[in-house]
Design a protein around this ligand. Structure first.
Ligand code: OOG
Ligand code: MG
Length: 260
């Protein structure tokens, strides 16, 4: 039997290769018998492959923090993934579909931290560590065929992390728990929601991020970005569209998809 390490490294090579080459793969769990804990180890090993190519860590993204997302994907456990420099998309910038498998986007609230957060922290402590907030769009791109996966598969695939776009950082509102958000394609709203959809308050997502990272001996660091999770279902991207997300009181953020 192969050692645990070689299974994890092999799985990491598969998901990382698919992300790098923008091609789809069968779900890992069809051929590898891995636990959720091992799936996070695969995620970590795949992100380390990015670091080895010169990318650096920018923060963390949380997933399945809203019912809309859990229902759309059929997975309702909280997950996290890592955000690296290679995933950053400039506000107002453009992406090319050829760099992705079958990308979708979703509107999110992003936090910028000015203090570390580790383990069990309260809501007040967590929000006190937030330096600024920004409207954000996450570009998710599962490497799995048909964008279908189990909890273990999606975690191993860095929770579909693929791109993220951040608007201007703004002074944090006193209460971020019910800010309207609109995702538009070519100026037409395609998803409408509220930050309330994110665990009742996106600060809860930050609390969960600190708690989940602590289980693997990690913590959130000052200067990191935390994407709190899609407040609405994700929308598939197509060539030539322009995407914007507007967050109540926080302005807007957007990007374009290059034409074919
Ligand atoms: C997994 C990532 C979920 C979110 O915001 O809920 C996520 C996926 O839907 O592919 O990013
Ligand atoms: Mg997301």
């Amino acid at each position: 039997m192969e050692s645990d390490m070689s299974v994890i490294e092999k799985c990491a090579e598969i998901v990382d290769g698919a992300a790098l080459g923008a091609f789809e793969i069968p779900q890992l769990t069809q051929s590898a018998d891995i636990t959720l804990e091992q799936a996070y180890a695969v995620q970590k090993a795949s992100v380390e492959r990015r670091f080895a190519r010169g990318e650096t860590l920018l923060g963390v993204k949380m997933g399945f923090t809203s019912r809309a997302k859990a229902i759309q994907m059929g997975v309702d456990d909280l997950i996290y993934g890592k955000l690296t420099t290679g995933m950053f998309v400039e506000d107002g910038g453009a992406i090319n579909l050829s760099d992705y498998v079958h990308p979708r986007c979703e509107p999110e609230l992003a936090f910028l931290l000015n203090k570390p957060l580790e383990g069990k922290v309260g809501m007040m402590e967590a929000y006190a560590a937030v330096e600024a907030v920004a409207p954000a769009i996450e570009i998710i791109d599962s490497r799995y065929e048909k964008f279908k996966f189990s909890l273990i598969d999606v975690v191993a695939d860095n929770s579909s992390s693929s791109g993220f776009v951040l608007g201007n950082w703004r002074t944090k509102p006193e209460d971020p728990s019910n800010l309207g958000m609109i995702l538009s394609f070519d100026g037409r709203p395609v998803q409408i929601g509220s930050t309330a959809a994110v665990m009742g308050n996106p600060v809860r997502s930050l609390v969960a991020a600190a708690r989940m990272l602590a289980t693997v001996g990690e913590r959130l660091e000052a200067g990191q970005v935390v994407m709190t999770g899609g407040a609405t279902a994700a929308e598939a991207l197509s060539a030539g569209i322009s995407v914007t997300a507007e967050l109540e009181g926080l302005g807007r953020v957007g990007f374009r998809v290059e034409p074919d």
